[in-house]
Design a protein. Sequence first.
Length: 292
Amino acid sequence: MDRDTDKRPNTAYLWLLGTAVAWSFSGVFTKMNSQPGFLISAVSSTVALLFYFIIIRPTIHISRLGVSAGIASYAMSITFTYANKLTSVGSAIVLQYCSMAFVALYEAIEQRRMPPARKVLVIAMALTGMVVFFFDSLSPENVAGNLLAIISGAFFGLMFFLNAKRGSSPVTSAMISCAISVVPGIPFIPRLPQVQMHEWGLMAAGGIVCSGLANVCFSRGIVRAHPLTANLITMLEVVFAPTWAFLFFHESFGRFALLGTVLIIGSIVVNLVLEQRERETSTAPAMSEGAC
């Protein structure tokens, strides 16, 4: 698949929206399962690998870039898992999505220049929306968990940054991440006979939906979108996830959830509008030269 962030951007946005929806079911599948997190992750990752090999049958491209992105993806996942155990869910999610700031930082280091004001504005607006959305559940306590969530955000941003690069293979990176995830589950193999039928179904659904389908959508979206834009759109996961929690577990929304949602969606819209203007500005001189 050719990498071109200027072609078919609208299609990329739809794929990334699909990624957010698929990722958002992870909490539901995990909460309904009483098995240890490492076992759930290992079984779901095994199912995801089978899904890739049997259904998707991707062409695997092993490279230093792909392996690095896969390791970043796994590191993001495992640090976020432990962050959730050591701090509140709201704090973990808000701090992990500082990933947008890390994406801008990685780009600034690579390009050796400060990020444009547009990116700073959009990131600030999105992070404010996140804080407002989970304002009722934020906790300044549990420093270790909060620190792990920030570290998870750094790896999350690195995953977007690396997978958006020319020559990367997001599906291969996802498969590498899944393969790594299987290893910590090996000590839990003796527990497999205790796994109930509905729990097997939940882990299978997690592997197919939250890993398999999500990463297919992600790989098709990230090759055509800017990494910051991709990060912003997939951030809608934090709006969808509480919605499923409300529908399945009757968990109520916080008092500021609506305002937070407006700010998050607003940051995405502002970013897309400004991105479109930049695209039109950059193509206008080329069209004028072609007409001469």
